[in-house]
Design a protein around this ligand. Structure first.
Ligand SMILES: Cc1cc2nc3c(=O)[nH]c(=O)nc-3n(C[C@H](O)[C@H](O)[C@H](O)COP(=O)(O)O)c2cc1C
Ligand code: SF4
Length: 448
């Protein structure tokens, strides 16, 4: 494995403190950005090839260029720190260990798009991380890096305010339009698109939403240049990336490396392999919303958008969940299905009903009351959700079920056969039509 020097999470003690951050070149990148025109900053981010780290890998410079340059309406930036995807825990490393990098990234993004107000939307459960960010913001304010005093500090006409907005513990609030509704104090239903946020976002004004890690990459691009950035890692999705590795590995954690690392390199060399030297049954490479891969098919697969697409998968949040040979896949699917059912906002029927059906069918199979036909039924329900919903939570719920069945069919059939003590004859409607439409709270709490 080649030597790599981290730039998002460098090994500098107390980097979260502003004096240490400044001593390592902090807030020099925004000074440099002010010597460039906003259009030049956007061009640089475009040329770098940076793609969003929040799940969809959308090109960041392109997204920024959708914001109107001339408008009499206020413009907003929302930094998405909701980080609720199961398996994903990388953004909080930036909030904790390098919050000024994020703040400096917001200043540069703000200058590039002419934004006057930014919100950092932090998931409700991240209480201590919200406090860490607030502390960093207070330090930056005191130094005159944020707010009206910026004009004096940097000698420009530009100023931006940055606020922390705390979520209340709903996964759906990480979806960008739901996040905006939440900030506005509305019920966080995802909005139908178009219009896209750059046209009508927060309070109907032009808005850009970016993930924490995406924004943290921006000062690095300004400091080292687009050409350097584009030369790091995978060609179609370059740059440094935070890999969150969890599950059956000896050293779980968040590791910074270039994009395009081999899955096997990450699991065996970086995360220390599987405890007890067991075989890998399944890997979910991008958080639970992404299709899983068979353990015997990961050889030679790289962690970047194009390589994962080629094997029917996605990079998502680059959060690898490793499962060894003893893993009960029905158990895994039931837990995942339970999560999406609980987190479905209920706005559209295929997701509201379908997530519940999938969970109930899986529970039935686990309880030994199902039959082999239930696997096809699950695929059919998943297929009726996919592509028929307002937001991508529908696909997030459907894909793990659909692809695990597709890729582990014979194992699941065998599992069902062994557990089938009784055969259900009425299908899921009979089961679901009873008075119980939601699992009891006590058992919901046992679920992830
Ligand atoms: C149900 C759902 C949950 C999401 N949760 C998050 C999240 O916690 N953090 C995040 O950055 N993006 C999340 N996203 C993606 C956002 O909608 C959006 O694409 C992203 O914040 C854009 O940032 P990026 O372009 O920098 O990746 C979620 C999407 C969906 C459909
Ligand atoms: S897909 Fe699910 S979470 Fe998304 S809007 Fe529809 S019901 Fe809500």
């Amino acid at each position: 494995m080649e030597r790599y020097e981290p730039v998002l999470l460098p090994a500098v003690e107390n980097l979260h403190r502003i004096d240490i951050y400044e001593a390592h070149g902090g807030y020099e990148r925004i000074r440099k950005a002010f010597t460039m025109s906003p259009a030049k900053v956007i061009a640089e981010v475009k040329a770098s090839g940076l793609r969003g780290r929040g799940g969809a890998a959308f090109p960041t410079g392109l997204k920024w260029s959708f914001m109107p340059a001339e408008t009499d309406r206020p413009k907003y930036l929302c930094v998405n720190a909701d980080e609720s995807e199961p398996g994903s825990f990388k953004d909080r490393q930036i909030l904790e260990r390098n919050p000024h990098l994020l703040i400096e990234g917001i200043l540069i993004a703000g200058w590039a798009m002419g934004i006057g107000t930014a919100y950092i939307y932090i998931r409700g459960e991240y209480e201590s991380w919200a406090r860490m960010v607030e502390r960093a913001l207070a330090e930056a304010h005191e130094r005159g890096y944020i707010g009206a005093r910026m004009r004096e500090t940097f000698g420009t006409d530009y100023a931006i305010d940055i606020h922390v907005h705390r979520g209340a513990g709903a996964y759906i609030c990480g979806e960008e339009s739901s996040l905006m509704n939440s900030i506005e104090g509305l019920r966080p239903y995802p909005r139908i698109k178009p219009p896209f946020p750059a046209q009508r976002g927060l309070w109907g004004c032009p808005t850009t939403i970016n993930n924490v890690e995406t924004i943290a990459n921006v000062p690095v691009i300004i400091e080292r240049g687009a050409a350097w950035y584009a030369s790091v890692g995978a060609e179609k999705q370059p740059g440094p990336i935070l890999y969150g590795i969890s599950g059956h590995v000896n050293r779980p954690g968040v590791y910074e490396f270039p994009t395009g690392m081999l899955l096997t390199e990450l699991i065996y060399d970086v995360a220390g392999g599987v405890p007890g030297g067991k075989c890998i049954k399944m890997v979910i490479p991008g958080g639970t919303s992404m299709p899983p891969l068979r353990g015997d098919r990961i050889e030679g697969v790289r962690m970047d958008v194009e390589s994962l697409k080629a094997v029917g998968c996605g990079i998502g949040t680059a959060s690898l969940i490793v499962m060894d040979e003893d893993t009960d896949l029905l158990d895994v699917l039931t837990r995942i299905a339970s999560f999406y059912w609980n987190e479905s906002c209920g706005q559209c029927t295929p997701c509201r009903e379908g997530t519940g059906w999938m969970f109930k069918i899986l529970q039935r199979l686990q309880g030994g009351d199902g039959g082999p036909g239930d696997l096809d039924l699950l695929v059919s329900v998943a297929g009726n959700i996919e592509g028929n919903t307002v937001c991508a939570l529908g696909e997030a719920a459907a894909w793990p079920v659909k692809y695990t069945i597709e890729r582990f069919r014979s194992e699941l059939e065998e599992h069902v056969r062994r557990h089938a003590t009784k055969r259900s004859t009425g299908g899921p409607i009979r089961t679901l039509a009873g008075s119980e439409t939601r699992i009891p709270i006590s058992s919901q709490r046992e679920n992830p």
